[in-house]
Design a protein around this ligand. Structure first.
Ligand SMILES: NC(=O)c1ccc[n+]([C@@H]2O[C@H](COP(=O)([O-])OP(=O)(O)OC[C@H]3O[C@@H](n4cnc5c(N)ncnc54)[C@H](O)[C@@H]3O)[C@@H](O)[C@H]2O)c1
Ligand SMILES: O=C(O)C[C@H](O)C(=O)O
Length: 352
């Protein structure tokens, strides 16, 4: 009897939260279970109400490794949180709205995923987003440095080639920078590469593994077709076609969406695939290897995307590029030139 009265009180509190309540929570019973310490990781999504954020939030709510899911945005989080929280999966969902709730959103998080910021429209480069997104990423990373400095951070906001260096500078200034824990998400390039190569080879894309190195914009996206699994050779025309399609995959979507934004659904899929790999690494699973844009000594540049092994501390090993053919060596030089400028632009933004 007592228990049932308590339940009714809990449900009623959920339906009529006190006006001062600043958090939007999912089902109260689930909250009790989380307070009791259910296994799993605490994940925050910053920019959770956006085109990427919403499907990403939905897919993370379905991930059995997630026990608590914090959804932060400057708009629309109450609706997204209420909606996602009705899914009958284990993770407890809480919503946070606006800068005054950023610290609560971040405190205690193991993994923070950042898709906050504006997307491209046709005719724009990713670098054209810098003026708006640089400041957004800087502010969010200042919050991370303060509230969850040990969290793994996955940066999706473009231009990734500059926003990752921005994040690194913010963390350095705060004295919290751990290069193993900061990762730019280039997974969508790998997802596209696997798909497009599988199309040409007539294979199931799940059987194809294409390393994509460099960065995440135009010529900085460098697929290493000479290293694909299963091993396969391409004609020069096939190599040219595939490389160009992989490098311009983002633009293909931006043009098809005709002003309504850039890739959101395939990006949410890629972001979850990558976040899931980070969580498996955190759990201590063996041989978790993905491509990511990280602080690196693989080239002379301070950041570079290549294959990395993920573990309990984040990036535990960065693999060398391996043997490149002449086409790839030429591509690498072009990629490094553009990357150097984008990295410097990000560093300069924080240092100015
Ligand atoms: N890394 C990649 O492979 C990849 C792929 C696709 C898109 N992107 C990038 O991801 C970003 C988001 O794309 P989208 O399509 O979801 O855009 P969107 O406009 O649909 O959503 C962005 C969300 O960010 C929120 N936001 C804005 N300022 C914020 C702040 N200060 N704090 C928290 N949230 C804030 C907005 O309210 C919005 O809900 C863009 O920069 C886009 O270029 C990257
Ligand atoms: O192309 C964009 O602007 C978004 C994203 O970087 C992508 O590769 O789809």
């Amino acid at each position: 009897m007592q228990r049932s009265a308590e339940r009714i009180a809990t449900i009623s509190a959920h339906l009529n939260p006190p006006p001062s309540s600043h958090q939007m929570e999912g089902l109260s019973a689930a909250n009790c279970r989380a307070k009791g310490g259910s296994p799993g990781f605490k994940v925050a999504i910053l920019g959770a109400a956006g085109g990427i954020g919403q499907p990403l939030a939905m897919l993370m709510k379905m991930n059995p490794l997630v026990s608590v899911l914090h959804l932060y945005d400057v708009a629309n989080t109450p609706g997204v949180t209420a909606d996602i929280s009705h899914m009958d999966t284990g993770a407890v969902v809480r919503g946070f709205l606006g800068p005054q709730q950023l610290e609560d959103a971040l405190t205690g998080m193991d993994l923070v995923i950042i898709p906050a910021g504006v997307p491209r429209k046709p005719g724009m480069t990713r670098d054209d987003l810098f003026n708006i997104n640089a400041g957004i990423v800087k502010t969010l990373c200042e919050g991370i440095a303060k509230c969850c400095p040990k969290a793994i951070v996955n940066i999706i906001s473009n231009p990734v080639n500059s926003t990752v260096p921005i994040a690194a500078e913010v963390f350095k200034m705060a004295g919290t920078f751990d290069p193993r824990r900061l990762l730019g998400v280039t997974m969508l390039d790998v997802v596209r590469a696997n798909t497009f190569v599988a199309e040409v080879l007539g294979l199931d894309p799940r059987e194809v593994d294409v390393p994509v190195v460099g960065g995440h914009a135009g010529v900085t996206i460098l697929p290493l077709l000479s290293q694909i699994k299963p091993p396969c050779s391409f004609t020069p025309a096939e190599t040219e076609h595939l490389t160009s399609r992989i490098q311009n995959g983002g633009t293909e979507v931006v043009e098809a969406k005709a002003g309504a934004g850039s890739a959101t659904l395939s990006m949410a899929y890629a972001a979850v695939k990558f976040a899931d790999a980070c969580l498996h690494g955190l759990r201590g699973d063996a041989a978790i290897i993905q491509c990511a844009f990280v602080s690196s000594q693989v080239t002379e540049l301070p950041f570079f995307a290549s294959k990395v092994r993920l573990g309990r501390s984040g990036v535990e090993e960065i693999f060398p590029l391996g043997p490149l053919n002449e086409y790839e060596r030429t591509g690498l030089e072009k990629a490094k030139k553009e990357l150097a400028t984008s990295i410097q632009k990000g560093v300069g933004f924080v240092k100015k």
